[in-house]
Structures are given as C-alpha cells and as structure tokens.
Design a protein around this ligand. Sequence first.
Ligand SMILES: NC(=O)c1ccc[n+]([C@@H]2O[C@H](COP(=O)([O-])OP(=O)(O)OC[C@H]3O[C@@H](n4cnc5c(N)ncnc54)[C@H](OP(=O)(O)O)[C@@H]3O)[C@@H](O)[C@H]2O)c1
Length: 229
Amino acid sequence: MSKPYALVTGASSGIGLATAKALAERGYAVEGVARNFSKTDFDGLQKTELDLSLVADLPAALQGFKRAPNTLILNAGYGQFGGIEQFSHDQIRRLVDTNLVSNLFLIKHFLPKMKRQGSGDIVLIGSESAVQGAKAGSIYCATKFAIRGLAQSLRADCSSSNIRVILVNPGPVESNFFDELNFEPQRGECFEIPAESVADTIMSALEQPRSVVIDEINMQPIKRSFKKK
Ligand SMILES: NC(=O)c1ccc[n+]([C@@H]2O[C@H](COP(=O)([O-])OP(=O)(O)OC[C@H]3O[C@@H](n4cnc5c(N)ncnc54)[C@H](OP(=O)(O)O)[C@@H]3O)[C@@H](O)[C@H]2O)c1
C-alpha cells in the first residue's frame, strides 16, 4: 500500500518544518512548499519551492500538484505589525495574499480531489490573532480572523465528505517568525511554545478517530512577556 501523502506549506522552518518531521516519522510521504529550503536541514520531505504571495501565478503553478493530499497543512505565513497607515498598499496586499488568499486558492485546488478520495484532513494554522485583535495588529489580525471564519465555514461544508477541518491558534512560538520584527518574546520555554509542541498537538488531533473533529485549539506559553529588540 502506498504511503499517505501530506502537503505542508511553510515547511522550510518553524511550525511547518516541525510538522513535516512529525508526519514523516509517522510514515507519511511529505511534500513541503516554501520559497527557499536552502537552510532546511531535513531530507525526509520532497521540497517544492514556490512563492505563495504571487497569487496571480498560483492557479497555474498548482496545476503541477496532481495528487490529493490525505493531510493538507496550511501553515505558510508571516507577521507584519504597525498602524495601518504605516503600511504601503503593496505591503497590505502581500500580507493578505500570503496569509489568506493563497490558502483559499490551495483549498480550491485540492478540495475536489480530497472529496473524490473520500476522506482527508485540512489543518489551518491561525493564531491568537485569529481570536483577539491587538494594537498594531490590524492587518495580520484581519488575515487570521479570516482564516478562522474560513475554517468554521469549510468544516460545515466538508463534514459530509469525511474531511475534517482543524484550526490551531498558537500564541508566541519559537521560530523564525520574529526575525524581521522589532519585538520578540522573552527567550525560554516559559515564554515561547516550542514548534514541536504545535506539531505534536496537530498530530494528536489527526490521530483521533475519524468520527472526531478537534475543531479549534488555542495554545499559549505559560507566561507572556515580550521585549523590544
Ligand atoms: N511564531 C509565532 O509566534 C506564531 C504565532 C501564531 C501563529 N503563527 C503562524 O504560524 C505560521 C508559521 O510561522 P512560524 O512561526 O513557523 O514562522 P517561520 O519559521 O517564519 O515559518 C514561516 C514559513 O512560511 C513560509 N513562507 C512565508 N512566506 C511565504 C511565501 N510567500 N511563500 C511560501 N512560503 C512562505 C516560510 O518559508 P520561506 O521563507 O522559505 O518562504 C516558512 O517556511 C504562520 O502562518 C504564522 O502566522 C506563528
């Protein structure tokens, strides 16, 4: 029997890479999508380089993805924070296209194949910013709130097709997410969720009986404290 196939976006680092590793350990054939895998020291996945922010090119690029995933992990994204008037139009477009529109296009491409297959799981990585707005978060929160609405609606649309939709909303995670930002959580396990813990949480949701949907998971480190860089 062929291995189950998982497609993980944003698999070059952080949550996506930890999730790709966890899936590979469980016997999945894993394909990862990101712009650049040159620093990804894991050979257990097929690496496909694609810029998901270029949504006008995405429908054509997706034609190369023929196989129906058993598990689709929609994780790629980034944060950019500040007052909305500090963003250029291009910055707004790019953040919304990467964090939201690309996921809509990916689901549009893969959902009919998954339905024909008769089962599957779609995991969306939201954020604490999907449930609570915050200062300087207008655009990032708008994208993540939209992901939460998408998850809720898609779940209702897919339940009769045996496709589970799971939303994971982490608080601060240890990853490259803060590399380009002017703030970061205090270092240490009390203040940052290990990316592997997010991956383990996804695995435990996936490993429930197929009749059980863990619809939404909120995760936080035990303490919250951020510092300016
Ligand atoms: N870290 C946190 O505190 C935190 C908290 C809540 C939610 N999240 C969410 O978790 C998800 C993963 O972030 P992370 O924390 O694991 O950060 P990360 O280490 O920076 O990972 C982000 C991943 O997304 C990929 N990506 C970004 N832009 C892309 C694009 N245009 N095309 C294709 N791939 C792209 C990156 O790969 P390339 O750069 O190689 O393209 C990378 O693999 C994001 O959706 C983020 O919003 C993170």
